[in-house]
Design a protein around this ligand. Structure first.
Ligand SMILES: NC(=O)c1ccc[n+]([C@@H]2O[C@H](COP(=O)([O-])OP(=O)(O)OC[C@H]3O[C@@H](n4cnc5c(N)ncnc54)[C@H](O)[C@@H]3O)[C@@H](O)[C@H]2O)c1
Length: 182
């Protein structure tokens, strides 16, 4: 049975991903510190043998025993209401959290998919944004805590890919944030 770690498992997207991967026959490890998430989103999975929940902050060292095939890193506040209230935790989960999960992926030889956002373009001067457009972000504005954390996330993910040959995926569009990436 394939094993997948889903961070942000109690959140909006993470909880649906847990449902989807359970229904596809995976062993799912859901991880969340519940800062914006809600256990009610995944409590129906608790009786299942192929679901485990780890109440853990991914900005701290992340340990998973045994093998691991995939990591989906969805932990991060996503709404401006949340990330403006917890700016430093938002920066930490995008940076330290991503670093910890990339390290885990390397150790386990797992494929990792990280959830980015079109906010990496900041206040875009080009519509629609193409892969060649690098954005217009204000690092010292209040929204910079989200945008810059995600930019760092993308950058370090590519560094692990180029430097260590890690199997990585970066997604920003909700359409692509699903099973087809795994
Ligand atoms: N919802 C969207 O429209 C959208 C769009 C683009 C990108 N994204 C990205 O998708 C991901 C999930 O978004 P969402 O809408 O489900 O948000 P959400 O707030 O519903 O879920 C995020 C989850 O991450 C958890 N979390 C936050 N910090 C954590 C930490 N340090 N350790 C462990 N868990 C932590 C929260 O408790 C929550 O359960 C985010 O990375 C977000 O940036 C979302």
């Amino acid at each position: 049975m394939k094993k997948i770690l889903i961070t942000g498992a109690a959140g909006f997207l993470g909880s649906h991903l847990c449902d989807r991967f359970i229904s596809e026959g995976f062993h799912v490890i859901g991880m969340d510190n519940l800062i914006t998430g809600d256990l009610n989103n995944i409590s129906h999975l608790f009786p299942l043998d192929n679901f485990e929940f780890h109440h853990h902050d991914v900005t701290k060292f992340v340990h998973v025993s045994g093998t691991l095939d995939y990591i989906l890193h969805f932990a991060s506040p996503a709404s401006p209401i949340d990330y403006l209230k917890i700016p430093i935790k938002t920066l930490k989960v995008g940076s330290l959290g991503t670093l910890n999960l990339l390290g885990l992926a390397k150790d386990k030889n797992a494929r990792i998919l990280v959830a980015s956002t079109s906010e990496v373009y900041g206040d875009p001067m080009v519509h629609p944004q193409t892969e060649e457009y690098f954005g217009n972000v204000n690092p010292v504005g209040p929204r910079g805590v989200y945008d810059e954390a995600k930019r760092f996330m993308e950058s370090i993910t590519m560094a692990y890919h180029r430097h260590h040959g890690l199997d990585t995926r970066i997604v920003a569009s909700l359409i692509h944030m699903g099973l087809e990436c795994v």
